[in-house]
Ligand binder design. Structure first.
Ligand SMILES: C[S@@+](CC[C@H](N)C(=O)[O-])C[C@H]1O[C@@H](n2cnc3c(N)ncnc32)[C@H](O)[C@@H]1O
Length: 264
């Protein structure tokens, strides 16, 4: 049984304060979900983040997992120099220097193993078991599939997989549908904000009780597939998209309910 730590609410407050000035796209309900998944381990292993940007989700994962197993957290991102940067020790604009500075400021730098490279490259070297795989890197179909295919072999029994932006017009929606909703090894599954999540079961018969629910969600999610970027979804298409998305439950989660469901 997965329990929500008694100090989870206090930790969330601390997390929101720590990320207040860190750029990123996670909404408050998504921050709550990610914190919950980190604070309530459903399996043995480490946490891997694909796509760090300036550290918003890495800070959430580090602070929340400290309530539970304080497991190793790895974060992979090539950190290209674009958007906000600070100067590195040579006076050059640097995205990774800003990422590290944000982690230090939040007091979690020592918790994160940083890999400055593409996720596909890291996958060729990876050999460690994962309890939480957080995919928020290349949102195209090909990119998200490389991430899922590269790291899913390391999911331990009961591990969580969470994809960002599956309820946003990106190619990763289709990967989530195929791998998690149509894959026989996942259940329970769900959405929170634009995050899609699923629990991996090594023995597919353990996931079978969730098959009907997954089939309904897969049918609804299919209507949101076929986009590679939000620019492809405009005008009437956008109205239809929003209508179809409203049929997929993705509200803020009650922590205890989620923990009960996630452990099912
Ligand atoms: C949406 S941002 C991540 C936001 C971050 N998770 C957060 O919540 O603050 C996407 C990031 O993925 C990185 N990225 C894109 N393709 C990647 C890949 N193939 N491997 C690793 N990171 C990638 C980009 O450099 C960018 O920083």
């Amino acid at each position: 049984m997965t329990m929500v730590p008694s100090n989870f609410a206090a930790c969330l407050e601390e997390i929101f304060a720590a990320i207040e000035n860190v750029d990123g796209w996670l909404t408050s309900r998504e921050v709550e979900f990610l914190a919950l998944a980190a604070a309530c381990p459903t399996a043995e292993g480490e946490i891997l983040e694909i796509g760090s940007f300036r550290g918003r989700s890495a800070i959430v994962l580090a602070k929340a997992s400290a309530l539970a197993d304080s497991c190793r957290i790895s974060a992979v991102d090539p950190h290209p120099v674009s958007g906000p940067t600070i100067e590195d020790e040579h006076g050059n604009p640097s995205a990774i220097a800003l990422f590290e500075a944000n982690l230090r400021e939040a007091g979690v730098r020592d918790r994160i193993e940083i890999h400055q490279m593409l996720s596909g490259e890291l996958a060729t070297q990876w050999d460690r078991p994962l309890r939480l795989l957080w995919i928020d890197g290349d949102h195209t179909y090909t990119g998200a599939k490389i991430d899922y295919d590269g790291f899913s072999p390391y999911l331990t029994d009961g591990a969580m997989v969470a994809f960002h932006d599956v309820l946003t017009p990106f190619g990763c929606t289709q990967v989530f549908k195929e791998a998690i909703l149509e894959g026989p090894h996942f259940g329970p599954v769900g959405f929170c904000g634009s995050i899609g999540w699923g629990r991996f079961r090594a023995d597919a018969t353990e996931a079978r009780p969730f098959a009907a629910e997954k089939e309904i969600l897969a049918r609804r999610l299919a209507r949101l597939c076929g986009y590679d970027t939000p620019d492809d979804c405009r005008g009437l298409k956008k109205l239809y998209y929003h209508l179809c998305r409203s049929r997929i439950p993705h509200a803020r989660l009650d922590p205890s309910d989620w923990a009960r469901r996630a452990a099912a």
